[in-house]
Design a protein around this ligand. Structure first.
Ligand code: DGP
Length: 113
């Protein structure tokens, strides 16, 4: 999608530290990490947010969680604990309007407000 920063990362038009990629999904380091490990996992196809995913996308959404699990192991945070978060919409603080899942860990994470 034009003017979508994450679509540009998918298209390799702007750089990112990519840690995982397959035909459907890509993962890269968050530009503004809030923990020692802070990755973003996104579908390559543009979805604005979780609301725009359809029942037919169940497989893709499950795959994203499987990728999160694999990356947590690779990043050494599987045992210590981690968070997988998708901010959806204004009240959740979604800034980038391309569905993405934060994988965050590596230290004690604050409680949710
Ligand atoms: P949010 O929409 O609030 O769930 O968070 C979006 C995240 O995306 C935020 O933590 C910063 C990250 N981000 C924004 N622009 C870029 C970028 O160009 N490159 C990378 N690697 N991360 C970005």
């Amino acid at each position: 999608m034009a003017d979508c920063i994450f679509c540009k990362i998918v298209a390799k038009e702007i750089p990112a530290q990519i840690l995982y990629e397959d035909k459907d999904v890509i993962s890269f380091r968050d530009i503004n990490p809030m923990a020692p490990v802070h990755l973003l996992i996104i579908p390559k196809q543009h979805y604005q947010d979780l609301n725009t995913a359809a029942p037919a996308d169940e497989c893709l959404l499950g795959h994203i969680l499987a990728v999160a699990q694999k990356l947590a192991v690779e990043q050494g945070i599987a045992e210590s604990g981690y968070r997988v978060v998708a901010n959806n919409g204004l009240n959740a603080g979604q800034i980038v309007d391309h569905l993405h899942f934060h994988l965050i860990g590596g230290h004690l994470l604050p409680d949710f407000a």
